[in-house]
Design a protein around this ligand. Structure first.
Ligand code: 9WN
Length: 419
């Protein structure tokens, strides 16, 4: 089988009727930013399914506009993933008729995906009213982030849980997490370790802190007030993807005969606000409680390359190709600075290369005219996916596979790169 057909097999094998799971076993439900990347690949196999992927996610949107990070599949075992629906108790906020979901969010890459899905088959999308129905929901999603998550009052979105970054155990969170008292490991049961090697996952202490933060949020009715959240960070990846998604909303608005202007203004505003996070050749998260930048080497700091017209783009290219990331040589983006003692090539977001992030960088580099480097990343991703067999992440130095097998967004970005 060639790489295209193998990728299609992974993606179609993970389809569950209305949406795609990230991977069998470890992730048996629908995840928010996974669905966006999945839709970007799936549009090449079935534009209709790609539309449904996003529609099913937004079908579980909360009344306040938030798009939950997990939508639980009622036909999957209730205890198959921890923390499951009995932990999050979303029905206490949304009522029993609403889908069971988590109460936190993930990076807002959905409008960007919606536009890409539309372009794959505008005729079917127009006939089905795909953008007409999704546009107000996307606007309300961004409105939630802008309105309820500017916890630092600086015009940037704060994430309130490491899971919201999508980069759960990134070393960026080590310092702010020190303030959080972990729930003892005996008080919850980790289901992830039934499917993945413990040396490639977060530690029990990490999990204890994740559980504490999520339970506190839940016990306050998912209220977004700084005194509820012990963890609050203005993350460059979240804010950069919001800007890129606002740019996509401007295109969507134009297609629908609406004014793109509010979205264009929002892109410009976020581009300026992001400069608050810029130092030493890349962007950093800002620890709202600590009142300072978390200086380190997370690849999240390179993701602002996806922001159109970013003034610091050349600096980011220099950092990406310098000793800390060596993306030109590796063809992949390590999730953490290779030269930092905290770099770990196998442990999740502390070093391994991930395909969605490398895809975003490749896209941003193309937009900023760094075509040769973008081509190197394309080649690196295709080779690593083929060699590892669509694993969740890989050792950035050897492309040896790590984490889950048959991982959906790995297959999705491969399909997108091949077409
Ligand atoms: C918690 C599904 C998700 C991704 C995240 C990744 C991982 C979950 C977990 O898997 O997180 O949300 O159980 O570890 O870190 O980026 O969306 O693929």
């Amino acid at each position: 089988m060639n790489l295209h057909d193998e990728a299609a097999k992974v993606l179609l094998g993970n389809w569950r009727g209305h949406n795609t799971i990230p991977a069998p076993g470890l992730y048996p439900h629908q995840w928010s930013w996974d669905s966006a990347f999945i839709a970007i690949g799936l549009r090449h196999l079935s534009p209709l399914r790609a539309q449904r992927e996003l529609e099913s996610l937004f079908g579980a949107q909360w009344a306040d506009g938030r798009v939950p990070h997990i939508v639980f599949d009622p036909s999957a075992p209730r205890e198959g993933y921890f923390p499951g629906p009995d932990f999050w108790r979303s029905e206490q906020v949304n009522g029993p008729m609403h889908a069971d979901t988590s109460g936190i969010v993930q990076p807002p890459v959905h409008a960007l995906a919606a536009w890409e899905v539309f372009t794959a088959d505008p005729e079917t999308a127009r006939r089905r009213g795909f953008l007409e129905r999704l546009y107000p929901r996307l606007v309300s999603w961004h409105g939630y982030l802008r309105r309820s998550r500017d916890l630092g009052g600086r015009g940037l979105v704060s994430i309130v849980h490491p899971w919201e970054s999508g980069m759960d155990n990134s070393p960026s969170w080590d310092v702010p997490l020190q303030r959080v008292e972990p729930v003892p490991a005996g008080e919850f049961r980790r289901r992830d370790l039934e499917h993945a090697d413990a040396s490639e996952r977060p530690t029990d202490v990490d999990y204890g802190r994740y559980v504490r933060l999520a339970a506190t949020y839940r016990d306050h009715g998912y209220a977004d007030r700084l005194d509820v959240h012990e963890f609050a960070a203005e993350d460059p990846l979240t804010n950069a993807l919001l800007a890129a998604s606002e740019d996509a909303l401007a295109r969507i608005a134009r297609e629908l005969g609406e004014s793109p202007q509010p979205h264009e203004e929002e892109v410009a505003r976020l581009r300026d606000a992001l400069s608050l996070l810029h130092a030493d050749g890349l962007f950093h998260s800002f620890d709202v409680h600590g009142g300072s930048l978390i200086r380190g080497g997370s690849v999240a700091g390179l993701v602002p390359l996806v922001v159109p017209g970013l003034p610091q783009a050349q600096e980011l290219v220099d950092t990406a190709t310098g000793p800390r990331f060596r993306v030109d040589e590796l063809g992949l983006a390590p999730s953490y600075d290779l030269t930092d003692p905290l770099f770990d090539p196998s442990r999740y977001w502390r070093g391994p290369a991930w395909f969605n992030i490398t895809w975003l960088l490749q896209r941003g580099l193309t937009d900023h005219g760094a075509n040769e480097l973008a081509r190197a990343l394309r080649g690196g991703m295709l080779e690593a996916a083929s060699r590892s067999g669509f694993r969740e992440y890989v050792d950035p130095r050897t492309a040896e596979g790590r984490g889950a097998h048959h991982f959906s967004w790995t297959a999705a970005v491969v399909l997108d790169l091949l077409i």
